[in-house]
Design a protein around this ligand. Structure first.
Ligand code: 4NP
Length: 162
């Protein structure tokens, strides 16, 4: 079992988009039973709040539901509970290291570091552009799943037309 926690600032825009998109992609590839996927915030502003309407809309366009998701805060236990702590941008990684009080950062990555073009994912809370966010997160999730599969950590049991 591979345990993945997506992390962003508020846990209402980017990390829930990544959580529900990766769950969807894993199901399509028949490997959802090999993954535990969740998401959390490094700030406290949005704790308990539902997913932002911009993210709900982009997911709904792909017939993906994120109903019931509420923003939660990352906790120190998450270092033990997850194998991958995936931030959206460099500041998320710095905040995670501070909150988790871990000098060892080997589990912490940016999502797009798994792609051929490592970069930050801009915050749509500020840009208002959920379309760009969706494409960035899709690119990252596909690359991340392929990386797990290439490493033999998961197995695709279903073939998906690309
Ligand atoms: P997210 O976006 O980190 O992608 O969920 C944000 C949502 C809320 C806030 C900041 C970023 N906020 O400051 O409340």
């Amino acid at each position: 079992m591979v345990r993945v926690l997506f992390v962003c600032l508020g846990n209402i825009c980017r990390s829930p988009m990544a959580e529900f998109l990766l769950k969807h992609l894993a199901k399509e590839r028949g490997c959802d039973d090999q993954l535990i996927i969740d998401s959390a915030a490094t700030s406290r502003e949005e704790i308990g709040n539902p997913v932002h309407s911009g993210t709900v809309k982009k997911l709904a366009e792909q017939h993906i539901s994120c109903a019931g998701k509420r923003a939660i805060h990352i906790t120190q236990c998450d270092w033990e509970s997850y194998d991958y702590l995936l931030g959206m941008e460099t500041s998320n990684l710095n905040n995670m290291t501070r909150i988790l009080r871990e000098a060892d950062t080997k589990k912490i990555h940016r999502l797009l570091d798994f792609t051929e073009h490592p970069r930050d994912i801009a915050d749509p809370w500020f840009t208002g552009n959920f379309e760009v966010t969706y494409h960035d997160i899709m690119e990252g999730c596909l690359a991340f799943l392929d990386d797990l599969e290439a490493k033999g950590l998961i197995q695709y049991k279903r073939k998906v037309q690309k």
